[in-house]
Design a protein around this ligand. Structure first.
Ligand SMILES: [Zn+2]
Length: 257
């Protein structure tokens, strides 16, 4: 299986997948058509499947043009009138893609939006704007309970799962994480590593879940140091981990971004 990382706009990534022995390709969240078509041509491929995680335009903006070029393309997505899918999928559905000879599992990870889903297969998670490296999506539609549930679900995946998120936000996210989690040396090390990768024109994603569990404050609502840091910052007492998550999100929304 080949996975091509297609950078687009200022900081988006689309993911193109294909097998060596097959001319068919699958793309996740094509927010724009031109870079996808270029990548298909570079690799001599035809687009057979589109996987959509959520309705934001930087994830679906290229779908209609891609459909014009590839009229038989299958478009998978959640049930949501804002998403132009012709194959509606829901939590725990298994999608069999002939183009890749692979099965994807659908995970309901609502929170960033009310119908956000992720696609998981072979220790690879395509999670759109739910989880970022060292961060998570903003709560535009769902509640902190929804997002905490999504984070908890992701935490239970195998630790060597690779996280294919949709944005290059890592360095900024580390800046915030250092405030919430000031004694975490893994963050300092990761910051140096990511800075080096970006300086060389590289990408900091995909990242490994094992590393996210060490650095990502939005997955670390159960870590005593973080709980304490949140309670000190807001000067309150909290026992519930979903509440800790809520306050970490609020901290980032109101005082950092
Ligand atoms: Zn989004």
């Amino acid at each position: 299986m080949n996975i091509v990382q297609i950078p687009a706009f200022t900081d988006n990534y689309f993911w193109l997948m294909f097998e060596d022995n097959n001319k068919s390709a699958v793309v996740v969240d094509p927010g724009d058509s031109a870079p996808v078509i270029k990548s298909l041509m570079d690799n001599n491929l035809e687009l057979t499947d589109i996987l959509i995680t959520h309705h934001h335009n930087d994830h679906i903006g290229g779908v209609s043009k891609l459909k014009n070029v590839f009229p038989n393309v299958n478009i998978f997505g959640p049930s949501d009138s804002r998403i132009p899918a012709n194959n509606i999928v829901k939590d725990e559905d298994i999608i069999k893609l002939d183009s890749l000879n692979e099965e994807f599992r659908v995970l309901d990870v609502r929170g960033h939006t009310n119908s956000h889903i992720a696609y998981y297969f072979h220790k690879k998670l395509f999670c759109g704007d739910t989880l970022f490296s060292c961060g998570c999506g903003r709560l535009f539609e769902g509640s902190h309970i929804d997002m905490h549930k999504a984070m908890t679900r992701i935490k239970k995946l195998p630790t060597d799962t690779m996280i294919y998120c949709a944005h290059e936000y890592t360095l900024d996210n580390i800046g915030f994480a250092k405030i919430v989690d000031p004694n975490n040396n893994d963050l300092i090390e990761m910051e140096r590593e990511v800075q080096g990768i970006l300086d060389n024109g590289g990408f900091s994603v995909p990242s490994k879940l094992e590393d996210e569990l060490k650095i990502n404050p939005f997955l670390r609502f159960d870590v005593p140091n973080i709980k304490q840091s949140v309670q000190n910052h807001f000067n309150i007492n909290i026992n519930d981990e979903a509440e800790i998550f809520k306050y970490i999100r609020q901290w980032k929304d109101k005082e950092y971004d």
